[in-house]
Each structure stands twice: as C-alpha cells, then as structure tokens.
Design a protein around this ligand. Structure first.
Ligand SMILES: [Zn+2]
Length: 274
C-alpha cells in the first residue's frame, strides 16, 4: 500500500537544500526522463520555462527539497523526457519518490485549478508561507481540495462481499466505496452507500486505515462492517456485480497492492474455521 514517506514534509516556503526534486505536471501527468524515470534536471526545467523560485513548495524529504510546477496543457516535453500518468509509474518508480509525487500532484492540481477567483474571476495570488491562493479583488481564498471517500468491506460469517464497479473497465472485484456527501459523517456515508449500491444494512463499523489517493485528490477512509440485513441487490448503475466470497471460493482479481483496497481485502481473506 502506497504511503507518504515516514519523514515529514513540513516546510511550505522554498528553501535552499543540497538536493532538489522538481515534480513538473502537465494536467495530471508527471514529467520524467524516459530512460530511467528520473525527475527533470535544471536544463529540462529551463526548457519548459519553469522558474525554480516560483515552483510550489511540497516539502523537505531528508536533505532533498521537493517542489511542484504546472506547465501549460500544450507544452511539449524536453528531448528525452515524457509526461506520464502516475498510475503508470506504480511499480516502476521507487515508492518513496512516487509517494512524494502523489503529494506534489495534488498541490499542482490545486494551483492549476485556482488561477482565477471562483467568485469574481480576478487572477488569484499566492499567499506567502501558506498553502493558500487569495483573490486581491474580493478576498476569496482557495486551499487544496481534499475529497473524503469511504471504503467498506462487508463481512457475513466467514464470507466477504466484493463488487465489480461499472466505472472500472476490468473484471476486477473490490470493496464498496463512495464519496462523502456534504453534511454527512463518514459513518452515514457508509450506511447510505452500502444500501444504495447493494441494498444491504450493516452494523459494527470498524476503522481499518486511510490512504491519500491522488486521482485527483481523494482521501480513502477504509472500514469493515458486519452484515445486518437485506437481500443482495446490486444497483446495476454503479455496481454491475456483487457476490459473497467464502473460504471455499476462489477470490476474483482484486486491485493492485499499491491501493488500500488490496490491503483491506488481504487482511480479511476468508479463512476456514477450525
Ligand atoms: Zn475574487
């Protein structure tokens, strides 16, 4: 499961450090060197017109200063480099750097989508020392957006409930998941989504773990729950198939190990009782 590095990334202001990593994004795609997935050097950054002093601070990882930058939608990559989606880097780029890239991508996405004020359309300005854009005309402020989503593995006796989501183009099965609605607690979101998606009632919610998921800015908060009632009835709109998998059933294809869904399912694989 991908996690942000244990070393913290506290500073929000640029600082001098012996090493620097620049995470340059074009939309959701990260600039990497094609031969070895290295981050851009000074020449590559200059070729894209990135001013290092204007890059967005991400933080300090050991003695490496990490920053993010946004380039225009039509910017061509410098020679030897390519813009690549983060998902394609899972398993290819080292995990620590990939985890910082996940953080940097959310900061870049915030900058990319807060260039103008959402209230009066004036150009926004960065506030020094804070992760904040402020409108000089009306005072509206914009902080990085984080979208909480619940994930829940429903259990019934020795069996677990796995579902195939309509939006996934694969035959993969996973736990139920959905975004928290305005005004909802995470627990309310679980009860609502489970009922909407598969028609079941659940009880005994237990927290499992959470994971920042940079597509583009989700916070996945995972639980287990016990079946409490209802007939399994996938809504066919979001869920095309949902089944109980017990100790005697072969588990279907599940999400890749980088995701919290894999960790959640793995920790609760159906076991035969002795
Ligand atoms: Zn404004």
């Amino acid at each position: 499961m991908l996690r942000t590095p244990a070393a913290s990334l506290p500073p929000r202001a640029p600082r001098a450090a012996p090493h620097a990593w620049l995470f340059a994004f074009r939309g959701a795609e990260l600039l990497v060197r094609e031969s070895d997935l290295a981050l851009p050097d000074a020449a590559a950054a200059a070729a894209l017109g990135i001013d290092a002093a204007q890059a967005l601070p991400v933080g300090l990882l050991g003695d490496t200063y990490c920053a993010a930058a946004v380039v225009e939608r039509d910017a061509p990559p410098p020679a030897g480099y390519a813009f690549t989606g983060l998902r394609r880097l899972f398993g290819a780029m080292d995990e620590e750097r990939l985890a910082v890239a996940g953080r940097a991508s959310q900061i870049a996405e915030w900058a990319r989508t807060h260039r103008y004020c959402g209230v009066c359309a004036a150009p926004m300005q960065r506030v020094a020392g804070e992760r904040c854009f402020k409108c000089p005309a009306c005072g509206h402020v914009g902080y990085p957006r984080i979208s909480p989503a619940m994930m829940v593995l429903v259990k019934r006796g020795d069996a677990i409930l796995l579902a195939r989501h309509a939006r996934l183009p694969t035959s993969r099965f996973t736990a139920l998941a959905g975004f928290v609605e305005p005004g909802e607690s995470i627990e309310e979101a679980i009860h609502r989504e489970v009922f909407e998606e598969v028609g079941l009632r659940v009880r005994d919610l237990r927290y499992f773990a959470s994971q920042s998921w940079p597509f583009p800015h989700s916070l996945m908060i995972a639980f287990t729950a016990e079946y409490a009632g209802g007939e399994l009835a996938p809504d066919r709109d979001e869920i095309v198939d949902a089944r109980w998998f017990g100790p005697d059933d072969e588990l279907p294809e599940i999400p890749p190990p980088v995701s919290i869904a894999a960790a959640l399912i793995d920790a609760h694989r159906p076991q035969r009782r002795r």
